[in-house]
Ligand binder design. Sequence first.
Ligand code: 0O2
Length: 221
Amino acid sequence: LDIEDFRALREQFTDFMLGYKFAIDEITTKINILREDFNNAHEYNPIEHINSRLKAPESVLEKVRRKNYAMNLASIRENVLDIAGVRVICSFISDINKIRDMLVGQEDITVLDERDYISRRKPNGYRSLHLIVSIPVFRSDRVDRIPVEIQIRTIAMDFWASLEHKIYYKYRGEVPPNLQGELAEAAEAAAALDEKMESLHRLVDHNSRPRPTPAAEELDL
Ligand code: 0O2
């Protein structure tokens, strides 16, 4: 590989990764629009916050090696579907399907895969709704359909998953059995909290207070 070949390869890879960054921008904009529009229509915001991440090139290549995929861009595009990742954090369990339905109903979004780890949690206690979607990205000279992994979860699910992720990495995947047990208990507690919050939320919805008068609203009371 001489320096010119290396440059060409690097440019191709940068251009390839840029497509995923644009796909994250597109999905994030869609979710922000849903948040604002839903809030306007229902005076209620189903989204706490949104995070996104572009997989590091080293992690992409590590996954290609680990899974024995062919080492070329077409194969990476076809097989590594989590290069672009967007995480939507909701307050309540019922918000998760609302967001899901509003997204998958959009005509430029194609669902490639869906994993419901909420109805069927992972053995370690992990809960989340995962969607792999593809979305068109309009480049200066072409249109590419780019896959994006969307994870939708509650604050409690996210709290648990971020601690579990840290522990998993700390022990390099070999979490001692006692800690696994503690994590499973914490997952139970998080699931119970989600249910409690959901029922409180429903109760508040049914007994909602009358809207403040416009004058009070102006005073931000
Ligand atoms: P990161 O750092 O978040 O990117 P694969 O992607 O093929 O290895 P699979 O089975 O196809 O795995 O995907 P899966 O299990 O549906 O979900 C992959 C992503 O979901 C992970 O990405 C995590 O973000 C999250 N996830 C899945 N299971 C767990 C879990 O048990 N605990 C936690 N904390 N997160 C989980 P990455 O690439 O592992 O990590």
